[in-house]
Ligand binder design. Sequence first.
Ligand code: CA
Length: 317
Amino acid sequence: MISSIRSFLFLSLTCFFFFSSCSSDEGNPANPTNTGLERSGRMVKIPAKGKSFSMGSATGSADERPVHQVSFTYDFWMDTTEVTQGDYDAVMRAVYPGYIAPSWHAPYGVGARYPAYQVEWDDAALYCNARSKREGLDTVYRYTGITGVPGNGCKLEGVSVDFAANGYRLPTEAEWEYACRARSTTDYSWGKTFGPYPATSADTADFSAHAVWAGNSWMLSSDNPAFGTHPVASLLPNAWGLYDMSGNVWEWCNDWYDAYTASAATDPRGPSSGAWRVLRGGSWGNDAAVLRSSQRTFTVPDYQYYFIGFRTVRPAK
Ligand SMILES: [Ca+2]
């Protein structure tokens, strides 16, 4: 089973799809301080309350359909970057005495400003709780037991999610796509649509200005410094000041993976149980199609991989 899931993840790294068009009406991607949005530390308040958007893609892969309307009744804070190795290490080390850092090494990118990768869903949840504890917030993730090494392959038993808590958690899949799109309806948040884009060398340069993907990482020789992850926020952010939503590392979402339905949904949180957790955004190993805002993939929660990291959200009261 696990090998088939891993195969699926690899397929997601390489497969191709075809798509359609649109516009961004808010903010200036070239200037992350000019989004008009409230910022606090390394988070930005995502304007979601009373808003809705079309989630999915009519022309993407099968599990991106049907496109359906999603509405929110709340705003939320989101990290402007993927959680870095420096932050992950500091937060986890401070809270969990048995913590051991994941395997971060060349050529995949190592250093405080590089994204944390080789992080399982369970470890990402543990980080969220640790960050909440450090800041005196209520922890979101409850569990009945923990085995393994905290931060590097731990296993949480009996996990439940307290959405009413004021602490950090992983974004729901709907929150993630809404934030990634930042009002755009094109395949990419910077207003472009896959196929024929990126087609020319100018297109490729444009893509590489916005995302760490196969074209500026995986396709290079492994002794090239640009191979592997790149330090977070090295490239242009989206209109809401979020960096690396597309590319660099895949990002865990809170949701269990399931098929979409056509029904409109308010504050969707995914199924209550499942076998696989959702991943979004594509990575430094992916081709352009996989970095589309609506692209979905999934794997078992206890999977560590050098393409997988995360970022957090927390409620805006
Ligand atoms: Ca990412």
